[in-house]
Design a protein around this ligand. Sequence first.
Ligand code: ARG
Length: 588
Amino acid sequence: MEKIIDLISGEMKESFKKSGYDEKYGMVSVSNRPDLCEFQCNGALAAAKAYKKAPIMIANEIIEVIKESKVVKNVVAVNPGFINFDINDDYLASYVTKMLNDENLGVEKVKEPKTVVIDYGGANVAKPLHVGHLRSAIIGESIRRVNNYMGNKVIGDAHLGDWGLQMGLIITELKKRQPDLVYFDDSYEGEYPEEAPFTMADLEEIYPCANAYSKEHPEYKEEAQNATYLLQSGKRGYMALWHHIINVSVNDLKRIYGSLMVDFDLWKKESDAQPYIPDMVKYMKDEGYAYISEGALVVDVKEETDTKEMPPCMILKSDGATLYNTTDLATIVERVKLFNPDDIKYVVDKRQSLYFEQVFRCARKTKLVEDKVDLEFLGFGTMNGKDGKPFKTRDGGVMRLEYLIKEINEAVYNKVMANRDMDEETARDISKKVGLAALKYGDLSNQASKDYIFDIDRFTSFEGNTGPYILYTIVRINSIISKDAAKNGTKYDDKITGSYSKSESELMLSLTHFNETIYNAYEENAPHRICQFIYEVSDSFNRFYHENRIVDEADVEKRASRINLIKLTSKVLSVCIDLLGFEAPERM
Ligand code: ARG
């Protein structure tokens, strides 16, 4: 369906044309004075200059024409030349009825679907998932869902970090603790055990311990670097240990991502790109893109227009070791080969923006991707604590994601239990769903690139601009619909016949912005647009609910229209929260 604002603009343009003016002056916008009118057109002011007439004269001519249109009502010309108006009730009712009867609620899918790879995992194997990875997961998942909804072919990739020094550190620490393990016996030629010699809990202890120790002891760090090098060169015992580390921790990561309702189509890892490196390096050298500088192999990525320092992109270190850059470039090669994408989006901490600028420039300059491929860095800001500093646990440590989720669920559980008594299992289930909504909405309602303050009390509140408030609204609507079915049991036609009160037309009007919101969220990779929209819809609904009879409305036609209106509201809200990546419980 066409956006409501475009339909109205179309009508206004027609009126300008009919009155002898260029139709471009007929642009309409949502009024910034909703107390005066719903929409406005300021075109008469601009036209006045071109046609050398007083703007109010033009505005008056236009309203004489547009008054006849069935799309608008209450049209007035206001000095010096504004045209203010509202949308016609019947027209509005027919628009929302169409939405109700459209399987996509009025959203048109993209005409030519694109293949889009989204990189929004980035968790590091063997290191506990921490809140730093939370935003990638939450924002990326929503962008993935929106792209799917719009009809694109989407490949969400976890791109786990499994190829860095952390592996060497763990191997070194294991060797120190259990030197007799068969993995460290260079003369061993048999099969290695299937069972890992450690659990996830062990790994969670081993990595931080090794990391801390290496900071104080250079010789230990050197050993870890060497172990990393040996692993990357394919040393058998180390490879076997590395496989164990991956298996143990990927299972754990899958469980945690699952509890966040975050899904990946692909569980690729940095190591999967390694086979592409030798050919890529050779190609860059052969084509003359890469050259040796101070022993390292680099590609210049400076451009004349640069105002900031742009260091060259390093491909190989002087000892031949590969870097984070090398892996990201090789991953581009891999993605192009496997999926031939139109677009690759990276949902990563914005502090990596310079790094990605280098990688993208290098990929373009060396023609790893065709010009038409979009490489997009969607950098997000930091999640801060109430003190405005990066989020920490109470004792100042890095917050583990799992604890954070638990803490939120607990806060919600206490609220759920405080208000009514229900059995433990139901309360836990509700708390999980509401907790996830609190966490995700708290994050997504902010423009992604901005830092935000993580505030459990605010996020879990059932009032205000929060996830629980939205869920509460959905639950309320659904319970009214059930109540109506139980009490009246009327079979209604799927029709919204008209708006019978101001709060009713306000609710309708806010629902009409659904398709526009989804297009914007899609084009701008901006889930916060959806949050803004559902908050407005929820507010409109609650106002409508307080001011109007629904189940008790005696006039059947009115009641039918209202039930249909709230059905549409529930559908729209449900699609939106699904696009944000959370779901509503049956009751709260
Ligand atoms: N593993 C990285 C980290 O923890 C994030 C990876 C982001 N994605 C990428 N393609 N570089 O910082």
